[in-house]
Design a protein around this ligand. Structure first.
Ligand SMILES: [Zn+2]
Length: 49
């Protein structure tokens, strides 16, 4: 099991997502579930958030 960094749900799988901040020097890496990931969210319907 994995935990989504955005919604905190325990999901089967999370996808790595890099979010660039304002400065571009800072980058945060998030692990998002299919419902929260901006790209995966459209592919997998039935979000939980
Ligand atoms: Zn999520």
């Amino acid at each position: 099991m994995a935990e989504c960094d955005h919604c905190g749900s325990d999901v089967v799988h999370v996808w790595k997502h890099r979010r660039a901040t304002d400065t571009m020097t800072y980058r945060t890496t998030e692990w998002l579930c299919s419902g929260c990931h901006p790209e995966m969210g459209e592919v997998f319907a039935g979000g939980h958030c």
